[in-house]
Design a protein around this ligand. Sequence first.
Ligand SMILES: [Zn+2]
Length: 278
Amino acid sequence: MSDKFRQKRIEIYCKEVTKGKKCPGQSAKDSHCGWYAIRKQLDILDLCEVPSQAKRRENFKQLVKDNFTSGDWFDAFKESDPRNNQVFHGTSFPWLPGKETTKAFKNLKLYAESDFGAMLVQKILLDNKKPMRGKRFFIGQDNNGSASGSMDRILFPKDFPSREKFFTRDVIYPMAIIHHEMGHTKFFSHVNKKLKGEMDVCHERLVVINNENPVKMFYGHEPRYTYYRPDSCKTVNVITGESLPGLYTFDLKDPRKMVKLDASVMPEGFRTECKVAS
Ligand SMILES: [Zn+2]
C-alpha cells in the first residue's frame, strides 16, 4: 500500500472514528489513538497485572492442554460435553495432532506471548475452571472458512492467515485478527451485554475499533478502514459507520470515502454468495 498518504489516513482515523455513526455499546468520548488509549483498549494499562514472560509460556502450555488433546478427539470428550455439538460437524473440529507445525498455531502462540494476548489467555484459563454461561471456551480448526469467533469459541484454518490482504485491500495482521475474533467472545463486554452476538456490520465495526485496530496500532501498523461481509454483501466504513451494498475499498487520500471495487477480485465462492456485488 502506498505510504505517501499513510500518516494523513491515520490522523483522519484518530480524529474521526468516534464522530461517525455510533454502534450500540460505542461511547462518543472513547479515544482511539495514542499510547494511553491503545493500551487502555487492550486492557494492559496496569503492567503489574500483565503476566510475566515465564507465566505466559506456562499459561500457553495450559491452554494447549485444555484445548488441544492429542490422540483420539472423539474419545477425549463425553457426549454431554458442549464442545461435541459445537464443533464436531462439517469442517470444524479441534486441532489435530501435528498442530504445532501449523501457521495458525504459531500465530496463536505469538498472541499468547503478547501483553494483551497474555491477559486474555489468563481470562480463558480462569473461565475454563468455572465457565461463564455454562459453556467451556474452545479454540478449534475450520478448514473451509476464514477465522471466526462467537460467544464460546474461535476457529482458524490451519494455514491462517492464508492471505496478506482482505478483498477490501486492508492489510491483514494475524495477531490483530486473533484479537478481533476474541472480540466476538464472552470475554468482551461490548458483545456480552449490548449485542448478544449479533453479527451485522455494525457489530463487526465495533470489534474492529475496539479489538483489531488497537492491536494493529500497538505494533505501528495502519488501522483497518473497511469491513466487508460476504453473507450480507455489505462493506462498512470503520471510521464513519456508513455501510453500502457491494465490495468497497477506501480512498487512499481520505479513508472516510469508499471506492467501489470490481467483485471479480474475489474468488468464485464469494461472488456467487453475493448477488449485489456483481
Ligand atoms: Zn468479526
